[in-house]
Design a protein around this ligand. Structure first.
Ligand SMILES: Nc1ncnc2c1ncn2[C@@H]1O[C@H](COP(=O)(O)OP(=O)(O)O)[C@@H](O)[C@H]1O
Ligand SMILES: [Mg+2]
Length: 379
């Protein structure tokens, strides 16, 4: 879908190449993350794909068409672009920002309005509340959401994203990444995603292109980058904490605890008494669609004798996480909410099990001792 063949860029001949003889192929529907230290040529590469910068040498194909043989303006309308540092138009409202490309494409007013509203919802901003606001009335995370919505407005099959979540705090970034991955699961765009953050690369990339001084050092899956770094540069760039980085790759279902008894809200109080007598401390309460309602600390309420109206003792979990979250997401939530247990739920709220801090800890240390984790991650 995106193919770079021997692409080079010299800004000034005598200074050497900003990008040097780059070969890269991004498959349809996949995210390729370009990562490397500042100045290694990531932005230059991205901008050559939509011809904001002209390559000095080599060829670039988008959807099997040579970009140099296309009108640059038309080309850019077909490629979604999230600019480094967001770059919203400050005098346009959120709505006008999102509507930019559809307007240029001559869409009808109503179609633009529907699409803009739909997109604002997709990126988690209520149109009623945000459409009329100006960029300076938004937080960093909200601006980045608008930037992403703007790039997706005309539903381009290809997207270029230059450090799209760079300007926010780690917790917001984590949320934006998760939301984006969820959107991508449905939309399956072909994406070139630039970051200088290897953790983000590991999390977001189907493949990672590690760059250094304008050259591609390794182009591989996150697993191979972590476990078979090609040289010292990659090894150092990935960092000595790869044990922790593996948490990004493992999903919560690897250690999901499904052993807690589940009861429904209309369960008879005798059942609870029996569970308590068996020494069960904790039960999960679900509604009749298996959706999570909360939990009950059994021992405490059994001591209170009257169990007739046990449902008033149901407590809510302060946080839940999605079933396709990584163990890293689980850890982040635990730290954020200061809890040791987090229930895992499906997209429609159905309870799947619990992840527990100590389980993550012992899993990682055990697996590292036996080196099983390498097999597990690499498959
Ligand atoms: N417009 C420009 N004119 C001259 N040199 C540039 C220009 N833009 C970038 N460079 C140089 O090209 C190299 C790559 O820059 P860039 O692609 O922005 O890197 P990255 O996005 O990886 O930080 C750097 O050495 C940078 O100084
Ligand atoms: Mg850059």
């Amino acid at each position: 879908m995106i193919r770079l063949k021997n692409v080079s860029k010299y800004y000034k001949k005598k200074e050497g190449a900003a990008v040097s003889n780059l070969n890269l192929h991004v498959e349809e529907g996949k995210i390729c993350v370009m990562v490397g230290p500042s100045g290694c040529g990531k932005t230059t590469t991205l901008k050559m794909i939509n011809r904001i910068i002209e390559p000095s040498d080599g060829n670039i194909y988008v959807n099997d068409k040579n970009v140099m043989e296309q009108n640059p303006n038309e080309l850019r309308l077909k490629i979604g672009y999230v600019i480094q540092k967001i770059g919203l138009f400050p005098h346009y409202t959120v709505y006008e920002n999102v509507a930019t490309v559809p307007k240029l494409l001559g869409w009808k007013e109503e179609k633009i309005r529907n699409r803009a509203n739909e997109l604002l919802k997709i990126v988690g901003l209520s149109p009623q509340e945000y459409a009329k606001k100006y960029p300076n009335q938004l937080s960093g995370g909200q601006k980045q959401r608008v930037g992403v919505a703007r790039a997706m407005a005309a539903n381009p099959p290809v997207m270029l994203m230059d450090e799209p979540f760079g300007a926010v705090d780690p917790i917001t970034r984590n949320q934006l990444q998760n939301e984006f991955l969820k959107i991508q699961k449905k939309m399956k765009k072909t994406i070139c995603f630039v970051t200088h953050d290897i953790d983000e690369a590991i999390k977001m990339g189907d493949k990672i292109a590690i760059m250094c001084d304008g050259k591609l050092v390794q182009y591989d899956t996150p697993e191979n980058i972590l476990f078979s770094p090609k040289n010292e540069f990659v090894e150092e760039f990935v960092g000595s904490d790869r044990a922790l980085k593996v948490l990004n790759l493992l999903k919560v279902d690897t250690i999901l605890d499904t052993s807690l008894p589940k009861i429904s809200i209309d369960t008879d109080s005798d059942v609870l008494k029996k569970l308590a007598l068996k020494g069960q401390d904790h039960v999960v309460v679900l509604d009749d669609e298996e959706k999570l309602v909360g939990y009950i600390k059994l021992r405490k309420i059994v001591e209170r004798r009257s169990l007739e109206k046990w449902d008033k003792y149901i407590k809510r979990y302060v946080s839940t996480i999605d079933e396709d979250s990584s163990l890293k997401n689980a850890m982040v939530s635990m730290l954020q909410f200061d809890v040791f247990n987090i229930p895992v739920i499906s997209e429609n709220g159905v309870y799947k099990g619990i992840v527990n801090f100590n389980m993550i800890k012992s899993y990682i240390s055990e697996e590292y001792e036996t080196n099983n984790i390498v097999d597990k991650v690499v498959g």
